[in-house]
Design a protein around this ligand. Structure first.
Ligand code: HEM
Length: 126
């Protein structure tokens, strides 16, 4: 697969990741039992694995050109997105705390999109 195809896969997986996250966060806040479905629990892992494997492949293809602050910023913030995301979906004790975590996770995600497009850790704020 060439670079552009993998980049396309990466971006598609990122879009699916946030769309599906927002749906699950909504179900988590409203207490919808669909959240307990096996397929609903497994799908995010599949999507996020594709997202990350494509990301690592892109970085590997870029080689030394990938050792830039914005790439490190994306890695750190992806871990933050996943961590805050688990509070929104399951670790948050009340619907309110899960809702707040969900909003923060979505904000982190769109900050990452800015980092990706601007190739800069300051994201939309450069
Ligand atoms: C939620 C997490 C992520 C989101 C939303 C995201 C989003 C994006 C987007 C929108 C692009 C396309 C940029 C463009 O067209 O110019 C992109 C490219 C890229 N991303 Fe990610 N990304 C994420 C995680 C990561 C991680 C963790 C890495 C580091 C290993 C990474 C490495 C890259 C690389 C190397 C490119 C190609 C840059 C280029 O060729 O211009 N991404 N990402």
């Amino acid at each position: 697969m060439n670079y552009l195809a993998i980049k396309h896969l990466h971006v598609t997986a990122a879009a699916l990741s946030i769309l599906f996250f927002m749906l699950r966060a909504y179900w988590s806040v409203t207490g919808n039992s669909l959240l307990q479905k096996k397929s609903v629990k497994i799908a995010p892992h599949v999507i996020d694995t594709v997202l990350l494997v494509a990301a690592i492949t892109l970085a590997a293809m870029l080689g030394p050109a990938a050792s830039q602050p914005w790439v490190l910023t994306k890695i750190v913030l992806l871990i933050a997105y996943i961590g805050v995301g688990t509070i929104a979906i399951k670790r948050g004790k009340t619907p309110r705390s899960r809702g707040i975590a969900a909003v923060i996770a979505v904000l982190i995600f769109f900050y990452i999109v800015g980092v990706a497009l601007k190739h800069h850790p300051a994201s939309w704020f450069v």
